[in-house]
Ligand binder design. Structure first.
Ligand code: ZN
Length: 273
């Protein structure tokens, strides 16, 4: 059975209920092994204060969400480059395992997917130079293809690993069951990724029907994803990190009592992951 010490709470799971300070305290109280903050909550608390509180609570940081959005302004502006450098520095400050990337979709008004993807790769390469210098790992999170236009034009694990192959050491993938479960190549790509390039493993569940593309993720056990199969695959490849629980759920889990959600997460990871 997977105990709470193997779980990391992604703060998106309690986005509506708890501040980062409350998430840190709650994770420690429920015996979780780690936390994965989003930058909005991190900035709200202050990077130094958060780093101190996380350290004092004895929590690992399975990742910082997120860098990326390279296509937001249609080109790699200094603002986009600088923001990603800052994200790297913040990940270092809080002792994160990796900085997770949601790379960005099509620029406004564009229909040119190859151009968007080239922009993303260029942005990752430039961020990687800085990340290598300060010792932070970068993790591309391939997103389900339904987000190709508005969030991420890297949509399969193969595509992400092709980028990693071209860019070299220091960059890998964050594998989220919500985005990868449907992929007929996923087992082979997990083997290809290997220990050094699987930097994070995120869980939730795919509900049928899904009522909202972004904010209707399920609690583990409530949907159709064979989570143990994917977990065994990443662990067979050498991944030994925490199981990060990341649930965007506007109509359900975001409306519940936070401690009830945390208890449910621990129970569902034990039974369905
Ligand atoms: Zn994720």
């Amino acid at each position: 059975m997977i105990g709470p010490d193997r779980i990391s709470l992604n703060t998106a799971t309690l986005r509506q209920q708890w501040s980062l300070a409350e998430c840190i305290e709650g994770c420690a109280r429920h015996g979780f092994g780690g936390i994965a903050p989003w930058r909005d909550k991190l900035h709200e608390m202050g990077v130094d204060a958060a780093a101190r509180a996380i350290r004092e609570a004895g929590l690992a940081v399975s990742g910082l969400c997120r860098g990326g959005w390279f296509t937001a302004e249609g080109s790699l502006t200094q603002a986009v480059i600088d923001d990603n450098r800052r994200a790297v520095d913040e990940a270092v400050a809080i002792g994160a395992e990796c900085l997770v990337f949601v790379v960005g979709g099509l620029p406004n008004g564009s229909r040119d997917m190859p151009a968007a993807r080239a922009l993303v790769e260029d942005g990752l390469a430039r961020t990687l130079d800085h990340a290598r210098a300060v010792g932070m790992k970068l993790a591309i999170e391939p997103l389900h293809p339904m987000y190709a236009a508005d969030r991420a034009c890297v949509n399969t694990t193969r595509q992400a690993l092709d980028i990693c192959d071209r860019l070299g050491p220091g960059i890998g993938v964050a594998l989220d069951v919500y985005h990868i479960w449907w992929d007929p190549e996923i087992e082979a790509q997990i083997v290809r990724a290997g220990k050094d390039r699987i930097m994070a493993f995120h869980v939730c569940d795919w509900l049928v029907p899904t009522k909202d593309m972004l904010t209707d993720r399920g609690m583990m056990g409530d949907g159709v994803i064979d989570i143990p199969h994917l977990r065994h695959a990443v662990e067979a490849s050498g991944f030994g990190g925490l199981i990060e629980v990341e649930i965007f759920s506007a109509d359900n889990w975001w409306k519940r009592d936070a401690d009830e959600v945390v208890r449910t997460v621990a129970d569902r990871v034990a039974r369905f992951c």
